[in-house]
Design a protein around this ligand. Structure first.
Ligand code: 6R9
Length: 666
């Protein structure tokens, strides 16, 4: 395996034509971006339309130090704009009306379509008018529970056009999760589809929404309207027989079909000019105390940051075709399927399906079909495809590829090398992009024409981002070393608050080290200054790129009437990166049996979602607790990997528990 010493230089041809083509150029621009953010971002802002102009002398202001007052981050205060106008109308005015915005590729290879910028604008305006008819005004929240169909970006942009705030819930979450999120943001309207295929599996999304709408009602919140896209009838069914049993209930007073509503809607809609700091969207992310946080992003700064990172990190050029495989339900889909590409007038592929259907070469087939030049996916997908060997990849030419992206978790060097050699033919740059829902866009990443690559290292900060490593005491680690990854100044795309809970925003991100935004990740800096993300330092797990907290899973497990206590730790997993390993203490006089294990797995799926299902649930007659009652999680992590080298356990109230736990491993 390569060490810090193995460095891969960007391909010469790629470097020559890249926006940033040498490391020296990167360093110079970086310096400017840190020392004079108003010049750097002011230059970026010039290409966009501002209905009320920004003031360069007052371009940004912030306070990162709670001891000096409330945390606040502002860019271009006083300016007004509309992001939808900038993504669509502006590009059309610049002569790109007939350019393809999206190639849509369905779950089944026979289903595909395309949408130009002009047509997209027309559809967005129609739906914006539909939203208005249903009483949606500036500032209202609209929830989404959608598959990857064209109506999803259309409806998001329609929200942006009228100043409504979209709140997308990934359509793999359970009805409980959806209800909780709709209640938290007090959504007025929900947009969904009747159903969707994932490979050969048929999902009834409307049914999940019906349950969620009822549950929101129980929580005391009434969602007035639900708009439903009729999707199943228009696509090819991998299994006909499943369609025969498929049905949806529509409630007269609440549910409307998308196509009925769109029929008479006007194809034009004047954009609502909003302040640069008005909210654009919120997106929920797991919190270490259990309850999800509505991460709030605003308009002006997010536009600058999404567009610049997209252009520079993927080196997107006007004739390229770009493909990000992320679901729009995650931040990667927001910034790099929708906002970043459209802000650059790009042509993208939007994919509804899975990498394994109809065969495990689907990704490679789609790359050749659309002549994709930039491909952006997650390490978990790369690892799951590596399992099938090289031949599914080698069946396709992949000659149009130039940049390969990775996101969601650290990429292990073995997967990196496979991606680089087999997929990228040692000619493509790999951009290992580190960022978070909270950061809005890439914050640590190589640049494809400029940064010599080290497999597994996210390398250097993007423009405007100032990372630091701190030790436990908050002292800065200079040079080589490992510590907490923090940022000391804001960049335009970072979150502004937790929706309706600014205190939680401050305590989660700014209280550990006053004066710094704390990522919750650890990182190491090597002798060459490269940053290596070492993973979460809080009680968070990253399963296939989905972040969740141990606390939220534990809360679900202990809901079961037969369970007294539960502790969850992460265990390394060859494909998923990490998986959930759960310790369960049953109530007195209860037995630990297969029935209990099965019920707990179902419970977690129902409460959180299928992606959270535990891999292992083990019987723990007792948990390793210190005398002060704290669970010693590092011991549980050792049990999970069967490593007897548990270290010092002298502070445990009962050391004998440890042997018992090893003996009980399933
Ligand atoms: C974009 C996204 C954020 C967490 C983050 C970190 C992990 C993401 C990474 C990475 C190492 C990378 N993470 N990208 N770790 N290298 N290139 O994934 O957002 O869902 O909020 O997750 O994911 O732990 O803190 P989000």
């Amino acid at each position: 395996m390569p060490s810090d010493k193995s460095i891969f230089q960007p391909d010469q041809k790629l470097a020559r034509s890249a926006y940033v083509s040498t490391f020296q150029q990167y360093e110079e621009s970086y310096k400017e971006s840190i020392e004079h953010p108003e010049n750097f971002w002011g230059n970026v802002a010039k290409q966009f339309h501002w209905e009320t102009p920004y003031d360069l002398s007052n371009f940004n202001s912030f306070n990162f130090d709670i001891s000096k007052g409330p945390i606040s981050i502002k860019w271009m205060e006083g300016a007004s704009t509309n992001i939808c106008y900038n993504l669509l109308d502006r590009n059309i005015k610049n002569g790109h009306g007939d350019k393809i915005a999206f190639f849509w590729e369905g779950n089944h290879p026979d289903d595909y379509s395309r949408l130009t910028y002009r047509k997209l604008l027309e559809e967005v305006c129609r739906f914006a008018n539909v939203l208005k008819q249903h009483g949606i005004n500036k500032g209202d929240r609209v929830s989404f529970y959608m598959p990857m169909v064209m109506e999803l970006p259309i409806a998001m942009l329609a929200c942006a056009r009228i100043g409504a705030v979209h709140s997308i819930v990934f359509a793999g979450f359970s009805s409980d999760s959806l209800a909780e999120r709709m209640n938290d943001c007090k959504a007025k309207l929900l947009i969904t589809a009747d159903g969707a295929w994932r490979g050969e599996k048929l999902l009834n999304l409307k049914k999940i929404c019906d349950q969620a709408l009822d549950k929101a009602e129980e929580l005391g919140h009434h969602v007035e309207t639900c708009i439903v896209v009729s999707h199943i009838k228009r696509v090819t069914a991998p299994k006909e027989e499943l369609v025969d049993d498929f049905s949806v209930d529509m409630r007269d007073d609440r549910d409307f079909w998308w196509h009925d509503e769109m029929e008479d809607a006007e194809p034009s809609c004047y954009p609502e000019w909003v302040a640069a700091e008005d909210p654009l969207f919120m997106l929920y992310t797991s919190g270490s105390t259990g309850k999800p946080k509505g991460v709030l992003h605003t308009t002006g700064g997010y536009l600058l940051y999404a567009s610049t990172t997209f252009k520079i990190v993927f080196d997107y050029k006007p004739n390229d075709v770009y493909w990000c495989t992320a679901d729009i339900g995650w931040i990667t889909g927001h910034t790099y399927v929708l906002y970043g590409p459209l802000a650059n007038g790009a042509t993208s592929v939007m994919f509804e399906g899975t990498p394994f259907y109809p065969d495990n070469d689907r990704y490679w087939a789609v790359i050749d079909k659309y002549k994709v030049s930039q491909f952006y996916t997650a390490p978990t997908a790369i690892r799951s495809l590596m399992k099938f060997g090289d031949s599914p990849v080698l069946k396709h030419s992949l000659e149009t590829l130039k940049v390969l992206g990775s996101v969601g978790e650290p990429i292990n060097p073995e997967a990196w090398l496979w991606y680089y050699k087999i997929v990228g033919k040692e000619r493509c740059s790999i951009v290992d992009t580190f960022w978070q829902t909270e950061t809005g866009g890439h914050v640590i990443t190589p640049l494809p024409g400029a940064t010599p690559m080290k497999p597994g290292s996210a390398s250097f900060p993007f423009f405007g981002v100032k990372p630091m490593l701190l030790d436990e005491g908050g002292k800065e680690i200079q040079g080589e070393g490992e510590g907490y990854l923090v940022f000391s100044q804001p960049w335009p795309g970072m979150m502004r608050t937790v929706y309706n809970d600014h205190k939680r925003f401050e305590s989660t991100y700014f209280s550990k080290f006053p004066g710094y935004y704390c990522t919750g990740d650890g990182a190491r800096r090597d002798a060459d200054g490269y940053l290596w993300i070492t993973g979460r330092v809080d009680d968070m797990l990253n399963v296939s790129g989905h972040l969740m907290s141990t606390a939220e899973v534990e809360a679900v497990l202990t809901e079961h009437t037969r369970v007294s206590e539960a502790a969850v730790v992460s265990r390394p997993h060859p494909v998923k990166g990490e998986c959930l390993y759960c310790f369960i203490t049953p109530n007195q006089n209860e037995v630990f049996d297969k029935k209990l294990v099965d019920e707990l797995k179902v419970l977690v799926r129902e409460r959180i979602g299928p992606f959270a299902q535990p891999d292992v649930i083990q019987n723990a007659p007792g948990l390793p607790k210190t005398r002060s009652g704290k669970i010693m999680r590092r011991v549980l992590r050792k049990v999970a990997v069967n490593d007897r080298d548990v270290g010092d356990i002298s502070t445990l109230a009962d050391e004998a528990i440890v042997d018992q736990l090893f003996a009980n491993r399933p």
